[in-house]
Design a protein around this ligand. Structure first.
Ligand SMILES: [Fe+2]
Ligand SMILES: [Fe+2]
Length: 483
């Protein structure tokens, strides 16, 4: 077992899949590698390519020993192919093949479906690095800069993970799909990324934290359901990715939390009790809570869109095939085939929001989104507890699921964060009450001044409670190299 779990560094591409004896795939990946490095080098500003970043790297995939911290120049980061260990007894957890041994090769009848799921997942990984490419130069501290780069190199590794599956299991069209991953680019007119939220800008650090909190969490839910896949190599790949994903959500939750903390502390010091006294609060160089709420509204609604249509035949087919399961599939107490079962869905019909029971098989996306909302509400509770502790009266709330949607049942509806249906005109007039306006964006941008002295933080964000890898407060997380 340990031979499988330890990462081998004997080829250019660190891996625990015995690449050195799989010449065909090794060659294909080595051919893909220079294009990947070009992509990375074009993306991250020069001054950071040469800087030494205190990063964690996987040395093995078992829960305790996989993270090792050291200073690395990012282009020299050893992006590798890492799969969780194989469980010989594993069976297909759901659908019409439930109970059969998990597939070690691609089942012919599901090849196209499987390839598409892998490509969509793979496409999001480099997209987020592209969206975050300008943030290094305005990092509020070296600690935050290091966290950004950690997230970036790991998203890069997630791309490797999906590209490995394409090369290993999908022959010529897998190779073409792998090349296309580097051809598409976030926000591009000609070749955009596949999903909407991944073509939006990440203009400032608060957006980055909201993105890692809300959008990476969609990623987590997708990976959770792919980790249950009957196609075992995909399952093993996603299981390991999830261990990395946890850190991304930590960065998001604590990033927003520290922003809120600083705002509340500054208000208290200045004797301001009204959270809507926005001009006075902004004079303190912090981000007012109503603007933080608007950012949450934005990123939450974009992330809900990523779950696709509430009622979906594609999702039903993937479940039935055993290719993509539900969140925690093996822990659910039912037949795992959903015969004759219903699931409650909110729909927008004749101008009204109605609840409807639909066949559970067709509501797989809805169910995953419900699980997501539950998962996302934990951090909100902790943010609100922190606000309450400072004595300020304000609560961050998740907006109604129909608010600001582009995909699914509510795409055609104009709904307020409270869930009221209004006219499209009224919605447009009130938009800036709910979503960041240009002026909000300009104000936040004005705060985005880099702070590069170890242990120091920008005006708008509190220091973390503990350092990464338990390092002390003034630790130099990035050794900058100024050309
Ligand atoms: Fe990822
Ligand atoms: Fe992530």
């Amino acid at each position: 077992m340990s031979a499988v779990m330890n990462v081998s560094y004997d080829t250019q591409i660190p891996n625990n899949v015995n690449l050195s004896s799989d010449r065909r795939v090794l060659k294909a990946l080595e051919k893909w590698h220079p294009g990947y490095l070009n992509w990375w080098n074009d993306l991250i500003p020069d001054q950071f390519q040469q800087s030494l970043v205190y990063l964690r790297t996987a040395v093995s995939v078992d829960p305790k020993g996989w993270a090792k911290f050291d200073y690395v120049k990012m282009p020299e980061y050893r992006w590798g192919v890492l799969l969780a260990p194989q469980n010989e007894e594993r069976t297909i957890p759901c659908g019409e093949h439930k109970g059969e041994p998990a597939w070690q090769e691609v089942p012919g009848e599901y090849r196209a479906m499987l390839r598409r799921l892998i490509v969509i997942q793979g496409d999001t990984e480099p997209a987020s690095v592209e969206q975050q490419r300008h943030l290094g130069i305005t990092a509020p501290s070296l600690y935050d800069m290091r966290n950004l780069f950690q997230v970036n190199v790991e998203e890069g590794r997630h791309l490797w993970a999906m590209v490995y599956l394409l090369h290993k299991y999908f022959g010529k069209d897998g190779r073409e799909e792998a090349d296309d991953m580097l051809r598409r680019s976030s926000g591009s007119e000609e070749a955009p990324r596949m999903l909407g939220a991944f073509n939006e800008a990440t203009p400032d650090w608060l957006s980055f934290f909201m993105f890692t909190y809300f959008t990476d969490r969609d990623g987590k839910m997708q990976l959770e359901s792919l980790a249950q896949s009957g196609f075992d190599p995909l399952s093993r790949t996603c299981r390991f990715m999830l261990t990395e994903e946890a850190h991304h959500m930590f960065v998001g939750e604590t990033g927003v939390g520290r922003t809120i903390q600083k705002t509340c502390e500054a208000m208290n010091e200045a004797g301001i009790t009204d959270p809507y006294d926005i001009n006075k609060i902004r004079d303190l160089g912090v981000i007012d809570l109503p603007t933080i709420q608007k950012k949450a509204n934005m990123h939450y609604s974009l992330s809900l869109d990523l779950f696709g249509s509430e009622v979906s035949t594609n999702a039903a087919n993937a479940f039935n095939a055993g290719i993509k399961a539900r969140y925690m599939e093996t822990k659910i107490d039912d037949d795992h085939q959903l015969q004759g079962q219903d699931y409650r869905v909110r729909r927008f019909l004749d101008g009204k929001i109605v609840e409807e029971e639909v066949p559970a098989l067709s509501a797989i996306n809805m169910r995953l989104r419900d699980d997501y909302v539950r998962d996302a509400s934990g951090g909100i509770k902790r943010w609100n507890a922190a606000i309450k502790k400072t004595g300020i009266e304000f609560e961050i709330k998740l907006p109604h699921e129909g608010f600001h949607r582009q995909i699914g049942e509510f795409a055609s509806a104009s709904i307020t964060p409270e869930g009221d249906i209004i006219s499209a005109d009224a919605w447009a007039t009130r938009r800036n009450e709910w979503l960041p306006s240009d002026a909000d964006g300009d104000y936040i941008k004005s705060l985005m001044v880099p702070v590069t002295e170890p242990g120091k933080y920008a005006s708008w964000i509190a220091p973390p409670r503990i350092g990464i890898d338990n390092q002390p407060g003034d630790f130099e997380y990035v050794k900058l190299h100024m050309a």
